[in-house]
Design a protein around this ligand. Structure first.
Ligand code: ATP
Length: 425
């Protein structure tokens, strides 16, 4: 398909009336993508913007920015430049950290309903598949990069994913386009560059069209991955539909591959990090733990807990210091230990005295309407509150009397004493 038709089609599939952003690095591919998108938008008018992220990592960073400015002013496309700091100290490596910073900048600029176009092509796709296979990745990894996906309400699109690098270069030369060569692309110690310069030419020499075939494999793996997503969603409905709380016995009755699929799917639905394979197997092996046994398996960003027959997937919470306390007049919001809480509390006669909010210490007794004075500990047992939720309880005191109990994380009242009114604002 001619290149311009590829772009026209991508344009036709992008929601009309909303801004299309081209992620412009200043390299060949994204400079060409922007030029082609500009031509297409002249024929089918659409708001088109370019977005350049300045990482400040290389001496060449300013050259990239200058090139982007020149190109955009020539094409008459508004350019937005985002400056980001890259912190390689989080175990992602420099490349990973730069990528994370870049996506942070994209997210800050591109609004919900708008679309971001990226310029990866077919050879990038083949390399991504090989890198995933060399890491021992599964279907998700082998699917490499999707041609389009929803990204928190925004569209992410790669219109050039089916086009070869050679064809893009020919097109750029035909157009007399200028671009900046990224000096780091020649550094062969980087895995991707090694594949590009040392491996792919050999594969192509032995199997002409190797990159195109690998990209086809990625597309097939992508389809299989989407089907697995559908299967997992259906299975989740059968298990009650709550990704944060899965019935352990029902989960244990499934085949191990289905269990893995479902837990990963549940994490995705909750926007939690996926478990490393060994952690997941460790967790699944304990699914049939005795009902009264408490099992907890953690991985970065997640606490998985088996409690009373259910598997809970939770984001870890910072522990609450036992001496934390807050004076409060009862009006919303309450400035809680993990952030503002949209709750209000008042005495029935409207004469609310000064209140103090503290973590639960034990031994509190509340006077409940129709039930008299009750031990909070007993009440917690009665409500069947999981232990980790007990740790986030806040007790509101009026003088030396506890008058209400609040979940300090999810902002709701668990108990309010007789003569008091609690509201969720
Ligand atoms: N600094 C940046 N600012 C804006 N977009 C970027 C930046 N770096 C990369 N991108 C986008 O992400 C895509 C993939 O990045 P990658 O690093 O693989 O490409 P590149 O070789 O730097 O650039 P190009 O695709 O322009 O040749 C780019 O095609 C571009 O759309």
């Amino acid at each position: 398909m001619p290149l311009q038709s590829v772009i026209d089609r991508a344009l036709a599939e992008t929601p009309p009336g909303r801004v299309i952003w081209v992620a412009l690095s200043g390299g060949l591919d994204s400079s060409l993508l922007l030029s082609l998108a500009t031509q297409a938008c002249r024929r089918y008018p659409r708001p088109l913007h370019a977005l350049h992220v300045h990482h400040g990592l290389q001496a060449a960073a300013d050259d990239f920015e200058h090139h982007c400015r020149r190109l955009c002013s020539r094409l008459g496309v508004p350019l937005f430049v985002e400056r980001v700091g890259v912190d390689p100290g989080h175990g992602l490596g420099l490349e990973g950290a730069a990528r994370e910073a870049r996506y942070g900048a994209f997210a800050a600029r591109v609004a919900s309903g708008e679309t971001l176009w990226l310029a990866q092509h077919r050879d990038d796709q083949a390399e991504t598949l090989l890198l995933a296979a060399l890491r021992g990745g599964g279907v998700r990894g082998l699917a490499a990069m999707p041609a389009h996906r929803d990204w928190q309400g925004r569209g992410l699109r790669r219109p050039l994913l089916g086009v070869s690098r050679a064809e893009l270069r020919r097109a750029a030369e035909r157009l007399g386009l200028a671009w900046v060569e990224d000096p780091s692309n020649a550094e062969i110690h980087q895995d991707r560059n090694y594949l590009r310069h040392a491996v792919m030419p050999r594969l192509e020499a032995r199997w002409p069209g190797a990159a195109a075939r690998l990209a086809r494999t990625a597309a097939r793996a992508g389809e299989a991955d989407a089907l697995l997503g559908e299967l997992a969603a259906e299975q989740l409905v059968v298990l009650g539909g709550d990704p944060a709380r899965l019935p352990a016995a029902d989960l244990a009755a499934l085949s191990r591959p289905r269990q893995r699929l479902l837990v990963r799917h549940a994490c995705e639905r909750l926007a939690l990090p996926l478990p490393p394979a060994a952690r997941l197997d460790n967790l699944l092996a304990q699914l049939v733990a005795r009902r009264d046994a408490e099992v907890r398996v953690d991985w970065l960003g997640v606490e998985a807990r088996l409690w009373r027959g259910d598997l809970y997937l939770l984001a870890p919470q910072l522990p609450l210091a036992s001496d934390w306390s807050r004076e409060w007049a009862g009006a919303s919001p309450l400035s809680g230990p993990w952030g503002p809480l949209a709750v209000a509390l008042e005495r029935g006669d409207g004469e609310t005295p000064a209140l103090v909010v503290r973590p639960r210490r034990g031994g509190e007794r509340l006077r409940l309407a129709g039930r008299g004075r009750r031990d909070l500990k007993r009440l917690l047992q009665e409500w069947g509150l999981p232990p980790w939720r007990r740790q986030r309880l806040l007790v509101v005191w009026a003088g030396d009397a506890p008058v209400a109990v609040l979940d300090g994380f999810e902002a709701y009242w668990l108990a309010v004493a007789e003569g008091w009114r609690g509201r969720v604002a």
